[in-house]
Design a protein around this ligand. Structure first.
Ligand code: FUC
Length: 786
């Protein structure tokens, strides 16, 4: 077998070379990856987000007054709590009996009474919230001529460079060019802002810190500090945080008031912001001090270069070129407007959006810390929507869907850490409610390890959360082949499988083993008596998740050569787990064990297609009938919804190999919007900063769409690498991608023209053999050794 780096045929290669020579856009070159705006951000949703996996910053680029919202991914109110109802298991037999008798609404009443968490759950202060760290405010004094209040600025520009993770604001005032450069350093772990003016000594400003609540500001010499302690829901002594600000000036003078730093007559000003919390006992006071002390003495150019290099180690792993766009040079808001009208004209916007998703992953999580929450790590408020927590019925999983395929593998590990911390509390919950072995987490969690059912039966008793998380953890192994990692997560996966294995009940009608009680997130259905309920047994998503989890644990036990007894037990049980899908009378995938009519046929959750994506239980080649039924399901659900829903639909259609339909959904998700009200129905899109709008801002739509674009270009869930499985007409003429990952730890580069792959290169560390589908032909190749 020869090493494979093929030329598909000479003729097409010649055509390609020729077109490279003739066209100004060189093949394989990525377009500049920038978000731009020609006005200051009037809303937070127009600010460009920056983050180094811990610290976040969103400057609005204001000319007179600049507000820079600050974040630290660990800043949470609330505290650990035990909200288990230890009597709940006593109601379990009755709840299950009522469900088996078709009295779901009565069962639901009983769940609400005895089978939810104790206390207010996610509505309580102990649950907590991911909160903003406040804001840095810079008030500029331009010393305008006497009597004139007006600032006549020109050449205003804000930019965010995705490949450097640096934002800038520039403008001219009275012939003086001002420039601000911002980054959250990947090297010094500090936020930095460098402000320059071309006219010597013309920079005057006041620097202050504030927060909507729980903050105290003071200066200590030339250092500005903000300290606060959040509510923990018990004795008020919750998490503490500290921000320290110091500056470095070229020319001019720095002074301090009791609560601000004042800069006069500088030509250059560098602001260093060091911040931290005492999450997990972190010595935040000492740490912020030593970080700051080191940073302020370093040459700025070196700091900037080191930041770019460290960030680039992640970002540069993948490049994507889909061709030049007609409006590539325009501010992002105008590009979005035009894209919605004429999506085919700006393929570069899709590439930009894809890379923006990767940028957001790199910026919002880091190894050893927390996974991105509902807002990544960017929150401007105290009362963050849905507490800015972790939802386990799609949202946190979606946040991780692009991670492996877009070559950011290690950024999946913070999720594994979060899940590891759920095992112990989840064991208590498994016992309290199901008298079962293993561990379970239901539908929501926080940094405090909450695993109990939510406070309402209608959504809170979903059984699939922990199994779904485990399947996400498995993906990291599937993509990396890392046996040491598999060994480390095996106890987590096994514990989850133990839960389902001991908690499943036999459905007398079919003999299948199913969960009970549970819900299909967060939908409800009509009972034959006309009443409605959410609670049922064996909703399809649970069956698919259990099937996948058992399969993964069986494979893991084999690969690790351990646990033969448990493996056999699961193999036996798996025979009675319901199939990947049941086709309903209407030709769709049935959402519940019974063919109930749903109360909301266009419900935003499409949980019963879990088997199609992210799992590979339903594929057009292996299970064509189920794939057809999945299409019908999607047709009835429609194409709209909150942005995460649209992204999920994009992924489904990509798996169904319908590139044009996936592209239609990409267009939907890129619909410009400014809505920030809480929305459960139609209305998703993106804000002027390209962050996704549920509305309100919720980052899963960005991550889901990024995974979706990848899934249109490459798939590897069916035992082979499929190149260009769902390419839409709009991207057919030409494209080039480098660095995507496929399951089995392969790195894949390829390019195409007129919808056909014209060259590809598959590499791996082991130089393994792999099957690859190229232009409809299956090949078996040996990967290049990395
Ligand atoms: C789930 C979804 C909602 C929203 C929330 C954060 O509950 O049903 O639409 O995304 O999470």
């Amino acid at each position: 077998m020869h090493l494979e780096s093929i030329s598909v045929n000479r003729k097409s290669l010649l055509t390609l070379l020729l077109s490279c020579l003739l066209s100004s856009s060189l093949f394989g070159q990525q377009k500049p990856l920038k978000l731009t705006s020609d006005i200051p951000a009037a809303t937070w949703e127009s600010t460009f987000p920056m983050g180094n996996g811990r610290l976040g910053m969103t400057p609005d680029g204001g000319i007179k007054k600049e507000t820079i919202v600050l974040n630290d991914i660990t800043l949470w109110s609330g505290s650990p709590q035990d909200a288990n109802n230890y009597e709940a298991y006593k109601s379990l037999p009755e709840i299950r009996k009522l469900i088996m008798e078709g009295k779901n609404e009565e069962a639901q009443d009983l769940v609400n009474k005895n089978f939810v968490c104790k206390g207010p759950g996610s509505g309580g202060a102990q649950w907590g919230k991911y909160q903003t760290m406040g804001a840095l405010q810079i008030d500029y004094n331009y010393k305008t001529p006497a009597g004139s209040n007006e600032l006549k600025t020109s050449n205003y520009k804000r930019e965010l460079s995705l490949d450097q993770a640096i934002a800038t604001t520039e403008y001219t005032l009275d012939g003086n060019n001002f420039k601000r450069e911002y980054f959250t350093s990947f090297d010094d772990d500090i936020s930095m802002i460098r402000i320059t003016a071309t006219k010597a000594g013309s920079l005057n400003c006041r620097i202050s810190l504030n927060r909507p609540e729980r903050f105290a500001v003071k200066t200590e010499g030339k250092e500005l500090q903000m300290y606060g302690q959040l509510d923990n829901g018990t004795d008020g002594k919750g998490m503490q945080y500290l921000c320290r600000v110091q500056t470095r000036l070229k020319d001019g003078k720095l002074s301090s008031t009791s609560d601000a730093l004042v800069v006069e007559g500088a030509t250059e000003l560098i602001i260093y912001l060091s911040a931290a919390t005492d999450f997990r006992g972190f010595d935040f006071k000492a740490q912020t001090k030593s970080i700051l002390q080191k940073a302020v003495t370093k040459p700025y150019a070196l700091q900037k270069a080191n930041h770019i290099t460290r960030f680039g180690k992640f970002f540069k792993r993948v490049s994507l070129d889909l061709g030049e766009g007609a409006s590539s040079k325009l501010p992002v808001i105008s590009r979005l407007d035009q894209f919605y009208q004429h999506a085919d004209d700006d393929p570069a916007l899709a590439a930009l959006f894809f890379q923006f998703g990767r940028y957001l992953t790199i910026s919002s999580t880091r190894v050893g810390l927390l996974p991105p929450n509902l807002q990544g790590l960017w929150a401007k408020e105290i009362n963050t929507p849905w507490n800015g927590d972790y939802h386990l019925d799609v949202n946190v999983q979606m946040n991780h869907w692009p991670v492996e395929v877009t070559n950011l593998s290690e950024l999946n590990l913070p999720l594994a850490d979060l899940v590891r911390n759920l095992v112990e509390p989840g064991q208590r919950t498994a016992k309290a409610y199901y008298n079962a072995e293993g561990w379970i987490a239901h539908v929501i969690t926080n940094v405090w390890g909450f695993t109990e059912p939510g406070e309402s039966a209608s959504w809170g008793v979903a059984n699939a959360g922990s199994g779904w998380l485990c399947n996400n953890l498995w993906d990291h192994y599937a993509f990396t082949n890392d046996l040491a990692y598999l060994k480390s997560i095996y106890p987590i996966l096994k514990g989850s499988a133990q839960f389902y294995s001991s908690a499943l009940v036999k459905d007398p009608k079919t003999g299948w083993l199913v969960t009970s009680p549970s819900v299909s997130p967060e939908n409800s259905f009509y009972l034959p008596n006309g009443k409605t309920a959410n609670v049922s047994m064996g909703p399809t998503i649970d069956n698919q998740i259990v099937r996948e989890l058992f399969g993964n644990v069986i494979t893991a036990a084999k690969r690790l050569n351990i646990d033969p007894e448990f493996r056999k037990q699961l193999e036996e049980k798996l025979k009675s787990v319901p199939p990947a899908g049941v086709i309903s009378k209407s030709g769709r995938i049935q959402e519940w064990l019974e063919d109930y009519k749903e109360t909301d046929p266009q419900h935003r959750h499409i949980s019963h297609l879990y088997g199609l994506y992210p799992a590979s239980l339903i594929t057009p080649s292996q299970s064509p009938l189920l794939a057809e039924a999945a299409k019908k399901t999607l047709e009835v659900r429609g194409d709209d919804g909150p942005s995460w829903t649209i992204a999920y639909k994009l992924l489904f259609w990509a798996r169904l190999k319908d590139g044009n339909r996936a592209f239609k959904l990409l267009k939907e998700i890129l619909k410009p919007t400014s809505r920030t009200d809480i929305n459960y129905g139609a209305g998703g899109g993106v804000y002027p900063n390209m962050l996704s709008a549920g509305p309100p801002f919720q980052i899963d739509g960005n991550f889901g769409a990024t995974a979706g674009i990848a899934e249109m270009l490459i798939q590897s869930h069916d035992g082979f690498i499929d190149l260009l499985p769902a390419v839409p007409d709009a991207w057919k003429s030409y494209g080039n991608v480098k660095g995507l990952k496929a399951r089995g730890n392969f790195v894949v580069n390829f390019s195409w023209k007129n919808g056909k792959v014209i060259s590809y290169r598959i590499s791996s560390r082991s130089g393994a053999r792999v099957k690859v589908m190229v232009n409809g032909t299956m090949k078996e190749v040996v990967a290049h050794k990395l």
